[in-house]
Design a protein around this ligand. Structure first.
Ligand code: ZN
Length: 269
C-alpha cells in the first residue's frame, strides 16, 4: 500500500509505502503542516515501525527529517562526500523556505546527523520490503534512486520530473551518464511505477522510458549547441545568451538557465 503527499513547495512528493505496521517514509514533507499531516496518517494507519529514506539532501527533501529523526534513516553513501559548505547551504535554503512561510524560529533545522549510509547497489532487507539505492549524480552530487524491487517501484528524486526541462545543478555530463544508468536499472528491475521528487508519478514502463528519452534529447541538443557555439570563439557571456536564446521554448525557464550555466562551467574545465 502506498500514500503520496504532495507539498505546496513545487509539488514535492513524500511517500509512505507500507504493509501492516511497517513502512518506509521517503523524503518526508516540507512545511510543518505537511509534516503533521503525514504524522497523522501514520498514526491513523497504526504504522509505527518506520524507516526513513532520503533520495538526496537538498533543503526541501530533508525538511521533515528533523521531526521523524527518532526513526532510523538511510541515504546513499555519497551524501558523506558533501562538503560542510554545501551542507550549510542546504540548511540555509531550507530555513529561508520556512521563513518565507512566516515561520520565524528555524534555528533547530539542521542537516540530518543520524543517517546510515548505504553502499551503491547494496540490498537492505528492512520491513516491510527490501530496498536498494544507486547514485545518479547530476542534479546534485548525492542524487540517488531508491528501488523497491518487490514492488517494481522507483523513486527518482529530482530527475524525470514531468516538466519541460530537467534541472542540472551539479554536472550535465554526469546527469547524462545517470540517465543511462537509470534506463538500465528500469530494465533490470522491471520498474513499472516511478515517483519523482516532485509532481506526477509515471504509471507505466512506457511513460518512464518516454521521460528518460525526453531529458536525454534535451541535454543532447544543449551540449551539441554548446560545443558548436564554443568553437565559434564566443566569450562566456556571449555563449550564455546564445544558449538561452537558441532554445526559445525554454528561454525564460529558470531550470534551463541553470543548465546552461552548469554546462558552461564544465566546458571551461
Ligand atoms: Zn533537489
Amino acid at each position: 500500500m502506498q500514500q503520496r503527499f504532495s507539498s505546496q513547495f513545487l509539488g514535492m512528493n513524500s511517500i509512505v509505502i507500507y504493509r501492516g505496521n511497517a513502512g518506509y517514509l521517503i523524503d518526508p514533507g516540507v512545511f510543518p503542516s505537511e509534516i503533521e499531516r503525514i504524522d497523522r496518517f501514520l498514526q491513523r494507519q497504526k504504522i509505527d515501525n518506520i524507516t526513513l529514506l532520503l533520495t538526496h539532501t537538498h533543503g526541501d527533501h530533508i525538511s521533515g527529517w528533523y521531526f521523524f529523526r527518532h526513526f532510523p534513516a538511510f541515504g546513499h553513501e555519497s551524501i558523506a562526500q558533501k562538503s560542510k559548505t554545501v551542507r550549510e547551504n542546504d540548511v540555509k535554503y531550507l530555513q529561508s523556505m520556512w521563513r518565507k512561510r512566516g515561520i520565524e524560529n528555524t534555528d533547530y533545522l539542521i542537516f540530518p546527523d543520524n543517517l546510515q549510509f548505504v553502499a551503491d547497489g547494496e540490498v537492505l532487507a528492512i520491513p516491510p520490503f527490501s530496498f536498494v539505492i544507486y547514485q545518479v549524480p547530476g542534479h546534485s552530487i548525492d542524487m540517488s534512486v531508491i528501488i523497491i524491487p518487490e514492488q517494481h517501484l522507483m523513486f527518482s528524486g529530482d530527475m524525470l520530473i514531468d516538466v519541460p526541462a530537467p534541472f542540472v545543478l551539479h554536472s550535465v555530463k554526469k546527469y547524462r551518464e545517470s540517465l543511462k544508468r537509470i534506463a538500465a536499472l528500469v530494465k533490470q528491475y522491471d520498474v513499472r511505477y516511478l515517483v519523482p521528487g516532485h509532481r506526477e508519478p509515471a504509471h507505466s514502463r512506457q511513460e518512464i522510458v518516454k521521460r528518460i528519452e525526453k531529458e536525454q534529447s534535451y541535454l543532447q541538443e544543449l551540449v551539441g549547441k554548446g560545443i558548436r557555439l564554443a568553437e565559434k570563439g564566443l566569450d562566456r557571456d556571449g555563449l550564455k545568451h546564445a544558449l538561452y536564446e537558441t532554445f526559445p521554448q525554454y528561454a525564460r525557464l529558470h531550470s534551463h538557465q541553470v543548465n546552461v550555466q552548469t554546462l558552461l562551467r564544465e566546458l571551461n574545465e
